[in-house]
Structure formats: C-alpha cells, structure tokens
Design a protein around this ligand. Structure first.
Ligand SMILES: Cc1ncc(COP(=O)(O)O)c(C=O)c1O
Length: 396
C-alpha cells in the first residue's frame, strides 16, 4: 500500500525485486551457502565504504555487540563499562554476560547520546571502556569525548547499529572507536534481513573476533603467527579443532552477504533521501508541541524522531497521541531505541536492584522513555506524504 497515508509502516521498500533476483541468480549456481567467499567480499566492500581496515560479518548487530565485549573479556578480567541509559538491550546484556559491571550515564536531548558532564563523573580507575550508542542516525561523538577517552586511556566502542553513514567532523562514525558495530536488521539503513558487522583498524581485534565468531576456533584466524602459537602449545590437539576462547557460533551465510553486497550499492543514495525527508519532517513539525532542536550535523536518519515538548509531557496527551496514530495506522515505537530507559527493563532492574528513584535520576532518558517515539522514514517517501503525516501529528 505504497504512499497510502493511512498505512504508514516502520519500513516499506528496503528489499526490492532486484535484490531478490541477485539472491536467486547466486543460488542457481549451487555454491557453498555457509560463510564463504561472498561473506569475505561483503566484509571488504563494507570496510572500504566505512573507511576501516577490517570487518567481520555476523548474524546480527547484537552478536556484534556480544563479540566486542567478549574481545574485551579476553584482555581484561573485570572492570566497569560505561553505557548510556538509552541504548539497545544487547549493549548491556553483553556486558552482563561477560561479567563486567555496566555503569549508566544519562543522555543529551539534542543528540540522544551519552552526556559529557555525566560521563566525566562516572569514570574511575576501574573503567575499562565506554560503549557509546549513536541513536537514530544522530552523531553521538564530540571532540571532548574523544579527548577524554584518550587522556584517561579508556577504550571507546561505538554502537552504530542505528546510524550507518552518520559523520563526526566529516569522518564516518564507526571509525573513531577501537571497535564499532553495525546492524543490518530488516528496518535499518540497509538490510541483510538479519545481520551485523564488527569493524576495526586493529589486526588483533580482527583476528580474535574472527575466532570468536566461529566457536573460538583457531583455524578461523588469518594470522599464521596465532595458529603456530596454539599448535605448538597444544600438541595433543587436532589443529583443526583448537578452541582458543569460550565462544559462540554467530556466523551468517552467503545468501545474507549477497543481499548486503547489493544493498550497499544503494546505501549513499538512500541516506541522502532519508536525511532530506527528516529535515522536511522537522521543518513541518509543530515546534510548540514537539522538540526539534536536534544537532543534525553529520546525521544519517532512518526513522523520524518525535519527542513531546515540556507542556505536553503528560499521560493524557500521550494517550491521545497513541490513539490517533493507531487510528490512522501510523506504526510507531514509544521510547525510541530499545524502548527507552534500559535501567527499567527486568533484565537490568532485577539483577542490579534499581528502583523508581534510580530511574528518575536519568532525567533526559526518562523524557524519551515516556514521551519519545519514532516512526518510519524510508527512501521512497514523498514530501506530500510527510506533509500529511505532520498534519496528523500537529493536529493532535
Ligand atoms: C542501537 C542498537 N544496537 C544494537 C541493536 C541490535 O541489532 P540487531 O537487531 O541486529 O541484533 C539494535 C537493534 O535494532 C540497535 O538499535
């Protein structure tokens, strides 16, 4: 139901017949379908698009998160990892799974990313890393954050799962941290149906993540030095079956990689269209009702962000807003990324014993949690439809 206002989905036109034909054409050749040459080709193309030396294709953005923290675990026994309260569950779950302590920091409203002032207060001698999330295409980095991690010798990890192509200082985000993670989930900037990428300029991270991706197996490394080390140290083991680290199987397949190779061709063009859509959306949005002062420098939007302004932050308006969106069949997600304040989620609050008083200390995240939304922004969206959407929102 393309361009029908009253069926505005979160995502519509991201897998085309052309993409499906590429998959069919590939399968007809009866190739190996598990992780093989197409995965390598996609990784190479992605590294070149992003501007990093190495990429490791995995089966989701969450698996990319998990392996990044598993890499840290292979280097550090314990410590604290700073995370924003507004992020995805797997950013925090991977910290918990690897027995690090998550330390929460509130966000700024203008870029929905970790707040520098709060961040400074949470850094201490136990801090191993900051796992920064770039939310909904907004750049979360600042020169101060980069300077801070450098001075304090803290590792910077970037979750770019919602922000492919966003830039800080004219350079793509995902090239600043030691490791950066991307998701190719169905509704994102580009898709491999399910999929994720771990990106880095570090040969060591690359080799360890390659092993971690496939059960921790040594034969997965491209480094003869690492292979030699393990074979020599463990002569009682078959060199094909040496499991270096406790790990998982988070590989993807050749089919997903073929889709990735096709999708990356259109990524820049689609990013441009979506950014123009978002700028138009913000221009049309009622500034009295909705917050629009986002820092759009370097943005790469994939979903329209809606946050109520102060006078509208009440349950009555929220109920009315949701009722009208439901009536008009405008699909929406309250809380934006990950449903809002992660501290409120059972997997965090039950294990770390947080309560209502704790949640409320993270005041900007709380605003987004209760009064923040996103709705779909896809490349094929016309200005006319955006106008109709903003008319609905402004008239609530
Ligand atoms: C910020 C962020 N990080 C990580 C993920 C996880 O990605 P995936 O759904 O591919 O596991 C998501 C999911 O959309 C996300 O929004």
């Amino acid at each position: 139901m393309k361009n029908n206002l009253f069926s505005h989905k979160l995502m519509e036109d991201n897998i085309s017949t052309k993409h499906l034909s590429a998959i069919t054409k590939f399968i007809k050749k009866k190739p190996i379908l598990t992780n093989n040459v197409k995965v390598k080709e996609f990784e190479k193309k992605w590294s070149s698009w992003l501007g990093v030396k190495y990429s490791v294709f995995v089966n989701s953005g969450s698996s990319a998160n998990l392996l990044s923290i598993a890499y840290l675990k292979s280097k550090y026994q314990k410590g604290e990892i700073i995370v924003p309260t507004l992020t995805w569950s797997s950013d925090i779950a991977s910290i918990l799974h690897n027995n690090f302590k998550p330390v929460f920091v509130d966000i700024n409203l203008n870029n929905l990313a970790i707040s520098l002032e709060n961040l400074k207060r949470k850094i201490n001698k136990n801090t191993v890393a900051i796992f920064l999330t770039h939310i909904l295409g907004l750049n979360g980095l600042t020169s101060e954050i980069i300077k801070l991690v450098k001075n304090k010798k803290i590792i910077l990890l970037e979750d770019c799962c919602e922000s492919h192509g966003a830039k800080f200082n004219s350079k793509k985000i995902g090239t600043y941290g030691l490791i950066s993670n991307f998701s190719f989930y169905y509704a994102h900037h580009m898709t491999t149906i399910e999929g994720g990428m771990i990106c880095t300029n570090s040969k060591e991270v690359y080799e360890i993540c390659r092993m971690l991706r496939s059960h921790g197996m040594v034969r997965e490394t491209t480094s003869p030095k690492i292979k030699k080390y393990y074979v020599k140290k463990y002569p009682d083991l078959n060199s094909q079956f040496i499991f270096s680290l406790p790990s998982y199987n988070v590989r993807s397949t050749e089919i997903n990689a073929v889709l990735g190779i096709e999708q990356i061709k259109e990524l820049n063009k689609n990013i441009k269209k979506r950014n123009a859509n978002f700028i138009h959306f913000l221009k049309k949005l009622d500034k009295e009702k909705f917050y629009t002062k986002f820092n759009l420098n370097g943005q790469s939007n994939y979903a329209f962000i809606i946050i109520f302004n102060k006078n509208y932050r009440n349950i009555k308006f929220r109920k009315k807003f949701e009722k009208i969106l439901n009536k008009k069949k405008i699909e929406f997600r309250r809380g934006t990324s990950g449903g809002g304040n992660q501290m409120r989620q059972p997997y965090v609050r039950n294990s770390l014993k947080f309560n209502e008083k704790d949640f409320r200390k993270f005041s900007n995240t709380e605003i987004v949690h209760h009064y923040g939304y996103y709705i779909g922004n896809f490349p094929g969206l016309s200005k006319n439809k955006i106008n109709k959407l903003t008319d609905v929102l402004n008239n609530i």
